[in-house]
Design a protein around this ligand. Structure first.
Ligand code: RIB
Length: 326
């Protein structure tokens, strides 16, 4: 691999001049800069990123912590982050925490050891652990203290309950997402508010996780507890799709016997037959706008809005019955 010394020799300048030209720090005459650029091109030289980041005490790396990349919601967030950080000349280190505190601490240490310029996190618990570096919270946001981007979970809960209540609801079960995740409780509050305003009876069904590995057990337990359920507001699309599969296995028809609405609008929801109605979250935009705030913070640029809440929208598909007056 060619070194900075090879570039200096070929350009006929000092190593210090090459270093100043590379780091755009300090004076370099146009003539010297042109000779350095020509030498870099001829030698196909690229600076050692680790050495550069030690010199500048800041790398061009950005860390991203996600709770569970096997959930289709989070890769969409990561794509939004990646597109924005790449646009601004940074590269991404992804940390899939898999809801494991030890992995979370390990990734935060790795980020620090790699001198990351900043961190984006959708892992609710770690804002205090990130205090030594610029960070932005994504999706699972518990306060306006930190910079953040998420979507309107309360409105999402209301939209889901409204869709059910307008379509001969019958026996209604509201799945409660893991109570350790703030989004779950905000969505639940929206749904409960709407159902109670409409004087509809409903039953809560608790779940411990948003992940695939618990969805099948939850679906089985829900039908055992509520064999005559007629409408389900699911905590996310993974649970909704698993419930639909279990319902069909039990000989139920969707939406006639059972109507279901999910949450997220992950890419598989429209592919299911019948297709899943759901509350669409702007996952890509959550990532993209969060990364924009972080890059501005790293570069000392103005951040217009510290806390961004993006709207959600309902996607009505085949898993809901027709409205009573349709
Ligand atoms: O499906 C995963 C859930 O966790 C989503 O609803 C998203 O908001 C994340 O917090």
């Amino acid at each position: 691999m060619k070194t900075i010394k090879d570039v200096a020799n070929l350009a006929g300048v000092s190593v210090a001049t090459v270093s100043r030209a590379l780091n755009k720090s300090g004076y370099v005459s146009d003539k010297s800069r042109q000779k350095v650029e020509a030498a870099i091109k001829e030698l196909d030289f690229y600076p050692n990123e680790v050495a550069r980041s030690l010199f500048q005490k800041k790398s061009k790396l950005i860390g991203l912590l996600l709770p569970d990349i096997s959930n289709p919601f989070f890769p969409l967030v990561a794509k939004g982050v990646e597109d924005k950080v790449n646009e601004r000349g940074y590269n991404l280190i992804l940390g899939n925490v898999q809801e494991n505190p030890l992995k979370e601490s390990e990734y935060i240490r790795t980020f620090a050891q790699n001198n990351v310029a900043g961190v984006l996190s959708a892992v609710e618990s770690n804002s205090t652990k990130l205090k030594n570096m610029p960070f932005v919270m994504l999706d699972r946001v518990t306060s306006d203290k930190e910079y953040s981007v998420h979507s309107d979970d309360y409105q999402g809960g209301i939209l889901a309950a409204t869709a059910i209540s307008e379509r001969k609801p019958g026996l209604v079960v509201v799945m409660v997402g893991p109570r350790t995740v703030s989004n779950s409780l905000v969505r639940l509050a929206g749904s409960v508010k709407l159902l109670e305003e409409n004087k509809l009876t409903y039953h809560l069904f608790e779940t411990e996780s948003f992940q695939f590995d618990s969805a099948q057990e939850s679906a089985h337990r829900l039908f055992e507890m509520f064999p005559n359920v007629s409408s389900i507001i699911a905590s996310n699309d993974i649970h909704a799709l698993t419930i639909m599969r279990e319902a069909i296995r039990r000989g139920l028809t969707i939406p006639e016997d059972l109507q279901v609405i999910g949450y997220d609008d992950n890419p598989y929801s429209k592919l299911m037959y019948p297709s899943l109605s759901t509350i669409a979250q702007p996952a890509y935009q959550i990532g993209y706008k969060g990364a924009e705030i972080l890059c501005n913070r790293i570069e000392g640029l103005k951040v217009v809005e510290k806390n961004i809440q993006l709207p959600v929208k309902i996607e009505i598909r085949e898993s809901l019955r027709k409205k009573e007056y349709e």
